[in-house]
Design a binder for this molecule. Sequence first.
Ligand SMILES: Nc1ncnc2c1ncn2[C@@H]1O[C@H](COP(=O)(O)OP(=O)(O)OP(=O)(O)O)[C@@H](O)[C@H]1O
Ligand SMILES: [Mg+2]
Length: 375
Amino acid sequence: MSELYIGLMSGTSLDGIDAGLVEFDGEEIKLLAFDYSPFSDEIKEAIQALSHPNSPILLKEYGSIDTRLGCLFAQACKKLLKKANVPSSKIKAIGSHGQTIYHAPEKPSAFSLQIGDPNIIAEETGITTIADFRRRDIAAGGQGAPLVPAFHKAIFSQTFDLAKKNITIVNIGGIANITYLSIDKTIGFDTGPGNTLMDYWIQKNLNIAYDKDGAWAKTGKADPALLQSLTQDPYFSLSLPKSTGKEYFSASWLNEKIQLSHACNANDIQASLCYLTAETITAAIKKHAPLTDHTLICGGGMHNSHLIVLIRKNLNHPVSSTAEFGINPDHVEAMAFAWLARQTMNNLSGNLTEVTGAKQAVILGGVYPGLNGLN
Ligand SMILES: Nc1ncnc2c1ncn2[C@@H]1O[C@H](COP(=O)(O)OP(=O)(O)OP(=O)(O)O)[C@@H](O)[C@H]1O
Ligand SMILES: [Mg+2]
């Protein structure tokens, strides 16, 4: 008997909400429908203000954004179901990642905060909702991130014979993360900035949300002094497990490096940021996954053709979009949270201890029962 789940993802890029309707039939995983709801500038700015590392957070403001996001997530589910022409009663559960406001996995007071009230999602849709996936892994001593490698393993080990081929999946969202899969080893970690710094810089200078196809970066020349200062950041040489967020690779992080290196041409800085993303991803693959035979790329960064050219130049094995293997690069993360919700509903763990560093595999998330209980 097949089961339907919804996965909701709104990542650090703050572009909007991805909603995927996923069918699970035994081991088979199939995306039936997908919908994307962009964030308005207003909600994007409110989240940005709230998640700023030095934000003097007003609890009232925090609570109201949590509620508003919960409503937006619920609407995104309803829109998806309408598009797919599937009644909510057919959905076993929703996995909602939530909007990350802060990710600080450093011990002893590690925490990671995702908001978008799941009570509202469950109440509005009537569907059991799983949310707050990261904190149980952190409670078990892990980084709480990345969580997608377990899903990457489940789905790509169906497409690739890992006994014959070692693959690395790179997700280029706000932050970039990689998953290395071989027959006897899985590795996963955040490599550092994906699109976040490029998005910030083009927004600040040209008032544009992102550098389409890396066209602006392409007009510049990477600044060697700036690049040196960027790539020498200690995060890049930290040992595993590791994860990071926008609170570390922030505007002030970048502005400090710009000042130190005296870089001044805005497009050269953009070129350097694009180079930084490519360089840190490929250096991570070479260092931690040197036996990779094939790299697959997903996430919004896959659309940045200039970035992909730079990544290809640095690697001497094939680099493809996940689309070449039947999965649209924009759909992977939402599918992962549908899969993680299913793990939880089936009392199965969702974290990979070898990835997050948790003491043990744990069932992730809080469960918010739908109108008919847990179905
Ligand atoms: N055509 C394009 N050219 C360049 N960059 C693009 C293009 N399309 C999307 N992007 C980039 O992709 C980003 C969105 O990617 P995505 O939705 O995967 O990130 P995310 O929501 O932060 O997810 P994650 O959870 O992985 O961090 C945009 O902010 C933009 O920087
Ligand atoms: Mg996104």
